[in-house]
Each structure stands twice: as structure tokens, then as C-alpha cells.
Design a protein around this ligand. Sequence first.
Ligand code: ZN
Length: 193
Amino acid sequence: MKARTHDIAAATALLGVIVTVPLPTMTLSTVIAALIANQLGGIAPDIDQPTAPFWRNLPIGGIFGKAVARLLGGHRFITHSLVGVALVGFLLSLFLTFIHPILPTVQMDIVWWAFMIGMVSHLVMDTFTKEGVPWLLPLPFKLGLPPLKRFRITTGKWTENFVALPILLIIVGVLSALHYNEIWLLLHQNIVR
Ligand SMILES: [Zn+2]
């Protein structure tokens, strides 16, 4: 799927968690860092694709992207599996612990969750595409929904833009409407300086 669809899916998943899980009070810097982390998590699994937007946007991204893709076993491999999610979760927690002294007001546990929610949303979305997702690596098969391939989404085709995207936007709309009061309260009470 395209990066834009993954961005919106990551935000949708985050919103879903925000309205269902009681949240602690957060600093404003935590909220900003968490929103960025959520978006990064949403596109992170595609670092195994040399044509991914963030590789294209880097000056030597083409070469670097290809090297990383090869290292990660090619597109839709380790970064698109539960093992990959666990590995990234572990490395991310090390990284966040490391940078915490530099950013002491950021609640790193929340940033971690926001990233991981984005990352899992990516795998869920890719599951609806023709290629499927190797969730259970090292078991060498890809899972997809619906099980019949021909009913799945082709990346970049009309089904992505006119089925997947609208469904995500409807979910955002419905969640926001149903939980309008909680979201309002959250913005006013849970965010501290
Ligand atoms: Zn992907």
C-alpha cells in the first residue's frame, strides 16, 4: 500500500486506542513526539522497499535503500512479521531509553506505544493486499484477508483509493463523533506543560 494510506491507517489506529484506553496525563512534548512516532511506525515496515518515500527523499537514499532492503530479506519479509515487530519494539525501547536524558519531558513509554500502534496498523493494512503479509515468519507463507486473493486490494489501484481510504476516513469520522466529548476532555485535561 501507499505511504499515504499507511499514514492515515496509523492515525486511525492511534485514535482507536485513544478512545478505548484510559490515558495518563501527558506533556505537550510527549503528545508531539507520539504523533510523529505513530506516523514513522506507520511507514517503518517499508524500509525493506528501496522505492519507499523516505529513501527517495534522502540524497543517497537509492543506494542505501537497496542495501537495507537486501539486508532485511527483500520486500515484505522480516519487517512485515511478528518477529520483526518484536525486534523493532526491543530496539526502539533501547533507543528511547538512550535519548530520554536528552528529552527528559517526553514520556518515552507513550512514544513507544504510538510507534508500535503505527507499525502494527501497517501490517494489518498490508494483509488486505494481494501480496499478503508473512506474519508468522520464519514460517514461509503469507497471510491475507479475505483469504481469496482476487477480493483483496491491489496497491495503488482504485480499490486502495476508493475502498481502503474511504473506509479509514469513515472509521475516523465515526470514532470522532462517538467519542467527541472524551477527545475534547482529553485535549483539555490530559495534556500538561
Ligand atoms: Zn508494507
